[in-house]
Design a protein around this ligand. Structure first.
Ligand code: LLP
Length: 417
């Protein structure tokens, strides 16, 4: 993960900024390491901002995105003096309610460049039909820029886009960059505005299986820089600072999910199910995006496969399948199997479905291990619950429908009576 952060930083040089997209995996201990590597961070909620601050982030190196920010989100962004990425006209109302006049909070305007990358449709965002970004084609992008210029609570630092995730081909990035530069050229021509920063988003794909051949972070940044510099030359524009915000390509390859084998069910002539102590609660990606993983036996990762099995989880859903038809060596209950490339969008999208506590996260480096996040307990599951024990006095005075105290109606009787 440090090597990937460095590869991004070195490829970027002084041409711009690299942010880590915290949605991929946002443990403060992890963010602290990313921050030490010189990367900024992108967050999408007051909660993620809180995690980033706990990871040591401050100020404009935090970019606050989101298509439906709340008042609390904007207040948190203002309090942290983060860079606000405006994404929708609603943001202007929130900014007026939260920020004092003349605040001059640094912002970017998120543009929808009208480019569809070749990725799973659930993780494509750059196309016109998307909830994200101001479309160029409809004139909304232009209007948003003009409204920022007229709002002294905001200070326009540039424009931003993000076309999607798990993208393995760099061509859509070149198309998005061309659309953004055409837009920048129109802003200069019509408004005399010089775009100083251009956000190209994240989205670089990673290898989940041996067949995947993603470009490296270095190739990704080099392609963007080259497209940006050439595109600016062709349009007679000053080259803006480039901003990229990768998530998966930093956290993904760093993470290995470990599962312990439990029940093994054989349906002769049909299938062998190997059930593990996790599943869709800690990795929803196979079901949500048809994501494919590989698996290895942790104690003998190079052992040749002797069987084809289907790895399923422990959740009460037939759909709780982690990997169908995967070749593995002989397995016994208690064996540990690992799924590589599980560092991004697994734990950060985990749930407590079926009352299963979420697993621990451990950071390992040169043979040393450090706990980033402990395994959850029953106490964590109960932490936000309001539990009334039968026989306890009711927490609130009971009020009858007519408002008089002390009367009991079926509606107000506490649970358990
Ligand atoms: N910037 C913006 C505005 C984004 O929306 C995202 C991801 C990123 C950066 C980081 O993208 P990355 O480099 O990680 O691809 N849960 C899905 C991925 C959703 C991505 C959402 N946005 C998955 O598991 O594949």
């Amino acid at each position: 993960m440090c090597a990937r952060c460095r590869e991004y930083r070195e490829a970027m040089g002084d041409a711009g900024e690299v942010l880590y997209s915290a949605k991929a995996f946002a443990s403060p201990g992890f963010l602290r390491v990313v921050a030490a590597e010189g990367l900024g961070v992108d967050v999408v909620s007051a909660g993620e901002l809180g995690l980033a601050r706990a990871g040591g982030y401050r100020g404009e190196s935090i970019h606050f995105l989101g298509n439906n920010k709340s008042l609390e989100d904007v207040a948190a962004a203002w309090e942290a003096r983060a860079t606000l990425v405006v994404d929708g006209f609603h943001d202007f109302d929130l900014v007026r309610q939260v920020l004092p006049a003349g605040a001059g909070l640094r912002c970017l305007v998120r543009i929808s460049p009208g480019v569809r990358p070749d990725t799973h449709e659930q993780i494509a965002t750059g196309q016109l039909d998307s909830k994200f970004g101001f479309p160029i084609a409809s004139g909304a992008a232009r209007e948003a820029v003009e409204r920022v210029l007229a709002e002294d609570r905001l200070r326009l630092a540039g424009i931003h886009c993000h076309i999607g995730s798990q993208i393995l081909d760099l061509a859509p990035y070149r198309r998005a960059m061309a659309a953004m530069l055409d837009f920048a050229a129109a802003l200069r021509r019509d408004l005399g505005l010089v775009v100083e920063r251009l956000g190209a988003g994240g989205g670089l794909g990673i290898a989940y299986t041996r067949q995947d051949r993603p470009p490296s972070p270095g190739q990704f940044v080099a392609a963007l820089r080259e497209t940006l510099e050439r595109g600016c030359r062709e349009r007679g524009l000053r080259v803006p600072a480039l901003v990229v915000e990768p998530g998966r390509s930093i956290a993904g390859p760093a993470g290995v999910a470990l599962y312990t084998v439990g029940s093994i069910k054989e349906i002769p002539g049909l299938r062998r199910y190997v059930a593990v102590d996790g599943g869709m609660g800690d990795n929803i990606r196979p079901k949500l995006y048809g994501a494919r993983y590989e698996a290895l036996l942790a104690s003998a990762p190079a052992a040749p496969p002797t069987q084809t099995v289907t790895i399923v989880g422990k959740y009460c859903e037939s759909t709780d399948v982690l990997i169908a038809d995967v070749p593995l060596p002989e397995l016994r209950p208690g064996d540990v199997i690992c799924l590589p490339a599980a560092g991004a969008y697994c734990l950060s999208m985990a749930s407590n479905y079926n009352g299963v506590p979420r697993p621990a996260a451990v950071m390992v480096r040169e043979g040393r291990a450090r706990l980033l996040r402990r395994r959850e307990t029953l106490q964590d599951l109960l932490a936000a619950e309001v539990v009334e024990v039968p026989g306890d006095p009711p927490a609130l005075p009971m009020v009858a429908v007519d408002g008089s105290e002390g009367a009991q109606t079926g509606l107000q009787r506490p649970l358990g009576e």
